[in-house]
Design a protein around this ligand. Sequence first.
Ligand SMILES: NC(=O)c1ccc[n+]([C@@H]2O[C@H](COP(=O)([O-])OP(=O)(O)OC[C@H]3O[C@@H](n4cnc5c(N)ncnc54)[C@H](OP(=O)(O)O)[C@@H]3O)[C@@H](O)[C@H]2O)c1
Length: 228
Amino acid sequence: MLLREELLLNKLEPKQFTFYINVACSLDTIIGSPYKQEIISNIHDWKVVHNLRNESVAIVVGSNTILIDNPTLLTKDQYIENEEVHHPVRVVIDRRGRLTGRENIFQSLDRAPLVIIGNNDKNNLDIEHQNLYCIDVQDTIQSTIILGLKKFGINSGFIMIEGGATTITNFLKEGNIARLRIFRSTKFLIKGIRLFQEDIPINFKLLSVKKLGDGIQEVYQPVLEYSP
Ligand SMILES: NC(=O)c1ccc[n+]([C@@H]2O[C@H](COP(=O)([O-])OP(=O)(O)OC[C@H]3O[C@@H](n4cnc5c(N)ncnc54)[C@H](OP(=O)(O)O)[C@@H]3O)[C@@H](O)[C@H]2O)c1
């Protein structure tokens, strides 16, 4: 299992659900642009990312990522060798109800389920599909994701948080994140959205560093700082 090997998750006790973060950034920690999709990954990173998707039960992004990048969040079969391709459940957090239903993620409902975490009063979606489930935020975002996955009969597995920066920051603050995997390119972008949006009370324990083509893969274990 690439996911367990790359993220050193094989040393963890098995849990019902394991959340981890995967992100690509420039050397100066820019992850994207507020206006258009920015390509940061190289082919080696894409291969890891799609294998991680293949081995995860869900992939989570914030609404801005859908509105800016318009991804399908499916697993690309060209990166998967000797295995049947698996698509994770796509989860989008959209409490302000800005998604219209015309985004690419809605055009692939026959291929993989989609959970929209929102606020029913603000939901503008007029789509009925057995693979679409809209749920209001419950206790926490993490518990809402788990409820959404249970709707599709999923009771355990790895959940990848893919971005953007607001989503990653909020998940780190909520805690319970097993790993942070960063692919860092060697380019400077200077302008754009920075990976860490604010000072988060977290320590990062560096677990591994690996050269991936012209970039670097870093794997961290986030540890919440508890004040006495
Ligand atoms: N390099 C990479 O690996 C990578 C990956 C993905 C995205 N990106 C880039 O990231 C950029 C977008 O990042 P972003 O920070 O602007 O936006 P984002 O994280 O994609 O979306 C932010 C929105 O998601 C909702 N949300 C997400 N998590 C939440 C939480 N835990 N609690 C409450 N609300 C939450 C909020 O909207 P509501 O208030 O409406 O709920 C929030 O305004 C784009 O440029 C994209 O290309 C890069």
